[in-house]
Design a binder for this molecule. Structure first.
Ligand code: NAP
Length: 270
């Protein structure tokens, strides 16, 4: 049996769609009432480890979608509880959605690497899907203002952005074929790195790219009502892209999709 966690999230729900025809798949979410699904649903809340005993019962493949919003200690506690429970429940293999190695400079990399190490040191079989940053995330953090200006502080930096739907396709495939992917780490970044100027062009002639500064972005994010941990997350994302750390591409995504990846600009503008 396959269990997909985080099934109401943007990535989890796309994965659930792809597995919806299967008789061997169940979905996990913190609040099953929020989920109208054709598959059975279990309550799975990493902040409430008691839910994981029943939640993981009978599961062969746990598709562990990272629960990455929070301070590092919060996220580590969540993922640690999930791996502890998987061991106790006798889960055969954990497929974990991690972060691309190119993202090591990002402020939210540490809990991903912690979780990878926890899995490597466990008795479980595991597969690590090191997801690149979503094209949809780039679109959100570099959206044009009402007067048509993209001021995100990306400089000349580019991001090997990946459509979330492609990551869902790969995750669903790997979950179904899990034993063939045991012990593997995949770098799932896009094949084409895109920057602020590319985004502006894709929006059309009414949009220009006029990159601002990190200091300006930090002040704007802090004033927007963002939670304290989100400020360094977002500023660090701009900084890593601008400094050229996230433009690296690999062929893992195409190999696992068995086709060309979706266009990051089309995904960003959708
Ligand atoms: N690669 C990227 O660009 C990128 C961008 C943003 C985030 N991420 C990471 O990738 C994950 C999935 O992305 P997404 O786009 O689907 O984000 P999302 O739509 O915000 O979904 C967040 C997910 O976290 C789950 N979650 C939160 N707290 C949890 C808990 N205590 N126990 C179990 N699950 C919990 C939610 O599950 P339920 O609500 O269903 O319980 C939901 O699936 C994120 O959580 C984050 O770690 C990656």
């Amino acid at each position: 049996m396959i269990l997909v966690t985080g099934a109401t999230g943007a990535l989890g729900s796309l994965i659930a769609e792809r597995l919806s025809g299967r008789g061997d798949t169940v979905l996990g979410t913190r609040d099953p009432r929020q989920l109208e699904a054709s598959l059975p649903v279990r309550r799975v809340d990493f902040d409430d480890p008691g839910t994981l005993v029943e939640g993981f019962a009978g599961v062969d493949v746990l598709l562990l979608v990272s629960a990455g919003y929070g301070e590092d200690d919060t996220v580590i506690a969540r993922h640690g509880a999930a791996v502890d429970a998987a061991e106790k429940a006798g889960v055969g293999q954990v497929v974990y959605t991690s972060l691309t190695a190119a993202g090591d400079h990002l402020p939210y990399a540490l809990p991903h690497r912690w979780t990878e190490r926890r899995l490597r040191e466990s008795a479980l079989r595991w597969t690590v899907l090191r997801n690149g940053l979503y094209a949809e995330l780039l679109a959100a953090i570099a959206a044009p203002s009402a007067d048509g200006r993209i001021t995100a502080p990306l400089g000349e930096g580019r991001l090997a952005a990946v459509a979330r739907a492609d990551l869902a396709d790969v995750a669903a495939r790997v979950a179904v074929e899990a034993p063939a992917h045991a012990g593997r780490v995949y770098e799932l970044v896009g094949e084409r790195a895109v920057g602020g100027a590319d985004l502006a062009r894709a929006h059309g002639p009414h949009v220009t790219y006029e990159p601002g500064t990190l200091a300006g972005a930090r002040a704007g994010i802090a004033a927007s009502g963002a939670e304290a941990f989100q400020v360094p997350m977002l500023v660090g994302t701009y900084s890593a892209i601008a400094a050229g750390f996230l433009s690296h591409t690999t062929g893992d995504l195409r190999r696992l999709l068995g086709r060309a990846p979706r266009s990051p600009l089309t995904a960003a503008l959708a």
